[in-house]
Design a protein around this ligand. Structure first.
Ligand SMILES: Cc1cc2nc3c(=O)[nH]c(=O)nc-3n(C[C@H](O)[C@H](O)[C@H](O)COP(=O)(O)OP(=O)(O)OC[C@H]3O[C@@H](n4cnc5c(N)ncnc54)[C@H](O)[C@@H]3O)c2cc1C
Length: 384
C-alpha cells in the first residue's frame, strides 16, 4: 500500500470513529478503545513493521503524518497509536526470529498492541538513565525490579518495551538494556488510573515491577547496543510521534479559529470577524507558524528515512519547535475566538489542555535545545 493510501485510510477513521469518540475520551478520561481497535482492524497496526512480516514497512515520515492526522481529531488517539508504532519500531530494529513471530507478525495482523515504558519516577525527564534493575538469574531468565511512570497505553497494551539498567552489575549508567515484557507476565502491578490535565485518554499509568521473572529471549539487541537504540530508534521515532501529534493539535486549533472568524457576525454592524484586518493578519501569522514547523518536521523525517546521519539535529529541533508552535497557536486561537471558546468542554478547552503536554513530554523542550546545541558544538549529546 502506498503512503498516500495509508494516510487516506487513517483520515477516514479520524474523521469518523476518532472524531465521534474524542469528546468521551476527554470528558471521561476513557482510553480510546474504538479508535485504536479500528486502526488495528484496518491493518494499520503494522505501519512500521516490515512488509516481509505483513506490515507496511513505513518509517518516520509515515508516523509523523499519521499522528498529525489523528492529532487533529484527538491528541490521545494520536499518542496511543504513535506509542504503539514507536514500540513496534524498537522491537523491529533488531528482532530475533522468536520476537518476529511473537510480536511483529501479530502487530501487523492487528492482534497485538505494544507501547513504550521508559520514564521512571526517580530520573524523570532523563528517561535515558533508567534505574530499573535487571539481574541474570540463569542463562534463560532475568529478574526485573523497578518502576516505570507515565506508560501511555498502560494496562491496555499486550506488551511493553521497557528500559533497564545494564545487565552487567559493573555497567556504567550509559549501558542500559531494553526488553519487551508481555502483559501476561506474572506480577505486573499498575498504579492508579491516569488523571491528566489533558491527553486524558492516554492511560499513562505507573507500572511497578517487583521481582518480575522474564525470559532472557525478551532482551532487545545485544548488550552494548543500547545507545545505538536510543539515538537510532527510540529518540527519532518517539520524537516524531510526539511532533506529529502536537502539530495536529495546532492545526485543529487553527481550523477552529478560522471557522470562528468566518461565522461570527455582529448584529450592530452586520460584519463578520473575517473582515477585520487585524484578525486577518493574526490568522495569517498562525498559518505561517504551523506551516514552517510542518516543513521542518517533514524535512527531518524524510532525511531520517533516507538514513542521513545529520537528520538527528532537525529531528531534535522538530519536537521542540512543534511544542512551541502548538502551545502558541492554541493560545492565540483561543484569543481569536473570544469568550465563546472559553467554556468548559469546548473544543478549545480540550486543545488547550492537550497542548500543554507538548513541552513536558520527554525529551522536554529545554533538554532538546541543549542536545541540539551540543550536537552543533560537536559535543556528546548526553550529560557526561
Ligand atoms: C501525557 C504524558 C504522556 C507520557 N507518555 C509516556 C510514555 O508513553 N512513555 C514514557 O516512557 N514516558 C511518558 N511520559 C513521561 C514524559 O516523557 C517525561 O519523562 C515526564 O513527563 C517527565 O516528568 P517529570 O515530572 O519527572 O519531570 P522532571 O524530570 O521533574 O522535570 C521537570 C522540568 O525540569 C526540566 N529539566 C530537568 N532536567 C533538565 C536539564 N538537565 N536541563 C534543562 N531542563 C531540565 C524538564 O525539562 C522539565 O521541564 C509521558 C508524560 C506525559 C505528561
Amino acid at each position: 500500500m502506498q503512503l498516500q493510501d495509508i494516510l487516506s485510510e487513517i483520515e477516514h477513521i479520524a474523521k469518523n470513529t476518532v472524531k465521534s469518540e474524542a469528546l468521551a475520551v476527554d470528558a471521561q478520561g476513557k482510553w480510546p478503545e474504538d479508535s485504536i481497535r479500528e486502526l488495528q482492524q484496518a491493518g494499520l497496526g503494522g505501519l512500521v513493521v516490515s512488509e516481509e512480516l505483513g506490515g507496511h514497512g513505513q518509517g518516520l515520515h509515515a508516523i509523523a503524518r499519521a499522528c498529525e492526522i489523528l492529532g487533529e481529531y484527538s491528541g490521545s488517539v494520536a499518542l496511543c497509536y504513535g506509542m504503539h508504532c514507536v514500540g513496534s519500531a524498537v522491537i523491529g530494529a533488531k528482532a530475533t526470529e522468536q520476537q518476529k513471530e511473537e510480536f511483529l507478525k501479530p502487530i501487523a495482523q492487528g492482534k497485538h498492541l505494544t507501547t513504550l515504558a521508559l520514564s521512571e519516577p526517580g530520573t524523570g525527564a532523563h528517561f535515558y538513565y533508567p534505574q530499573t534493575q535487571l539481574l541474570a538469574l540463569s542463562d534463560n531468565e532475568f529478574l526485573l525490579n523497578g518502576s516505570k511512570s507515565f506508560v501511555t497505553n498502560g494496562s491496555k497494551a499486550d506488551s511493553y518495551v521497557v528500559s533497564t539498567a545494564g545487565v552487567d552489575p559493573e555497567a556504567t549508567r550509559d549501558e542500559f538494556s531494553c526488553l519487551v515484557l508481555r502483559n501476561d507476565t506474572a506480577g505486573l502491578e499498575w498504579g492508579p488510573d491516569w488523571k491528566g490535565l489533558g491527553m486524558r485518554g492516554n492511560s499513562s499509568r505507573t507500572l511497578l515491577l517487583k521481582d518480575i521473572k522474564v525470559p532472557s529471549h525478551s532482551l532487545l539487541g545485544e548488550v552494548g547496543d543500547q545507545l545505538w537504540y536510543i539515538f537510532q530508534v527510540v529518540a527519532p521515532y518517539f520524537l516524531t510521534a510526539m511532533s506529529g501529534t502536537y502539530l495536529g493539535i495546532a492545526q485543529a486549533a487553527f481550523n477552529e479559529a478560522r471557522q470562528h472568524l468566518i461565522e461570527r457576525s455582529y448584529s450592530h454592524s452586520g460584519t463578520t470577524l473575517s473582515q477585520n484586518s487585524i484578525l486577518q493578519h493574526r490568522l495569517g501569522m498562525l498559518w505561517a507558524k504551523i506551516e514552517r514547523t510542518r516543513q521542518l518536521l517533514y524535512h527531518a523525517t524524510r532525511e531520517g528515512d533516507n538514513g542521513n546521519p545529520a537528520a538527528v539535529l532537525p529531528i531534535l529541533a522538530s519536537k521542540a519547535e512543534v511544542a512551541h508552535c502548538c502551545v502558541d497557536v492554541v493560545n492565540d486561537a483561543m484569543t481569536l475566538m473570544g469568550g465563546i471558546a472559553y467554556s468548559q468542554q469546548s473544543r478549545m478547552d480540550v486543545l488547550l489542555r492537550d497542548a500543554r503536554a507538548a513541552h513536558v513530554m520527554g525529551p522536554t523542550t529545554d533538554i532538546l535545545y541543549t542536545w541540539l546545541g551540543r550536537g552543533l558544538l560537536e559535543q556528546p549529546i548526553l550529560d557526561s
